[in-house]
Design a protein around this ligand. Sequence first.
Ligand SMILES: *[C@@H]1O[C@H](CO)[C@@H](O)[C@H](O)[C@H]1NC(C)=O
Ligand SMILES: *[C@@H]1O[C@H](CO)[C@@H](O)[C@H](O)[C@H]1NC(C)=O
Ligand SMILES: *[C@@H]1O[C@H](CO)[C@@H](O)[C@H](O)[C@H]1NC(C)=O
Ligand SMILES: *[C@@H]1O[C@H](CO)[C@@H](O)[C@H](O)[C@H]1NC(C)=O
Ligand SMILES: *[C@@H]1O[C@H](CO)[C@@H](O)[C@H](O)[C@H]1NC(C)=O
Length: 339
Amino acid sequence: MFSIRLLALELTNVAFVVSVVFSHKHTMVVATRTFLGVLLGATIVSSQLTWGSTEFLFTFGDSYTTDGFNISAGVDSPVPGFTSSNGPNWVQALGGTYNITSTKVFNLASGGATIDSNLVQPYLPTVLSIVDQVEQFEQFLSNKPAGVQWNSSNSLFALWIGINDVGNSYAWPNISSSAQQHQFHKTLMTTLFSQVEKLYVSGARSFLFLTVPPTNRAPLILQQGSEAVAKISAALDDYNAQLALNVKSLQAKHRDLGQVSLFDTRPIFNTLLDNAKTLGFVNATGFCDAYQNGTPDTNTQIAPCAPVSSYFWLNTLHPLFTVHNILAHAIATSLSTSA
Ligand SMILES: *[C@@H]1O[C@H](CO)[C@@H](O)[C@H](O)[C@H]1NC(C)=O
Ligand SMILES: *[C@@H]1O[C@H](CO)[C@@H](O)[C@H](O)[C@H]1NC(C)=O
Ligand SMILES: *[C@@H]1O[C@H](CO)[C@@H](O)[C@H](O)[C@H]1NC(C)=O
Ligand SMILES: *[C@@H]1O[C@H](CO)[C@@H](O)[C@H](O)[C@H]1NC(C)=O
Ligand SMILES: *[C@@H]1O[C@H](CO)[C@@H](O)[C@H](O)[C@H]1NC(C)=O
């Protein structure tokens, strides 16, 4: 996992913390020195958020993240629990199973979302992009309505986006060279981080960014053959590399951030898929047609398929709640141990 973590350092404590890190992690001195160089050069942290002190979690994203909550219907409107995972998704697992401190979740994600509908058109015009979702945050939440007394030190802003940006654009003829694609991803990043900047201006200080998972291993892409797999793999690598760079730039730009992490989803997906049989996933490359639009129960079984809960992929693009649960578990641990 590649995590960028900010230590809560008072200026006077810097030397002390540096020496502790160096004396306890001899083998990592070189990497740590570079890492701390970035940190110390750029970041003085005002407060430190961990998962156990996160009172408000605001999430932004696409079908991997939405649970059907519609903030336009009111901040107190119910969470219908409509997910793409045939059960609780990572946000619900964080707010439920791994909820330590009565964290309140406001999930602004929208199925099919891209960063900006003007850059990458979503599959339906009604889909709310990250630009739209941040606008909703500004409209409904930034003024801290009753019951949502969030502030800079008790709130985490999580963004998991890019699956559809890459998925919808990787095959465009007008960005067929890797240089053009790189440039286009740069444009996407500029827009994404302009939205992060809006959140910052509203008071957001702690951020969690998730990398785009290896959708090159999703049935949707596998079905299209090795050329599509190779093409999207390259696009995903470039997008995720740029995401990491932009998270670093964000940290360099602002000296008063709380916890900022880049959580890499790829090792989890790859480990589960590489070890599917051992871990009880019946098929790492396919899904069961009978389940693809969801089933009445989380463990419905329709012969000849194994129970739906035994699959990794519910359909062409979406992993099951079992995968989301493992993700949420790892995210909760990461957020808890990084301070
Ligand atoms: C969300 O609620 C608003 C206001 O009630 C409504 O206009 C809109 O259609 C709803 N969106 C969805 C996706 O249900
Ligand atoms: C987290 O747990 C608390 C109770 O411990 C509950 O009030 C809160 O609603 C939970 N959060 C979510 C998102 O379910
Ligand atoms: C943020 O709210 C928490 C209570 O949720 C409070 O303890 C803390 O002092 C507040 N921080 C700021 C900077 O207002
Ligand atoms: C590239 O092509 C796509 C798909 O046809 C289109 O939506 C997009 O606007 C084009 N982008 C540029 C920069 O021309
Ligand atoms: C797994 O999925 C692939 C692709 O749909 C299919 O060809 C294969 O038969 C499936 N294997 C099992 C064990 O269901």
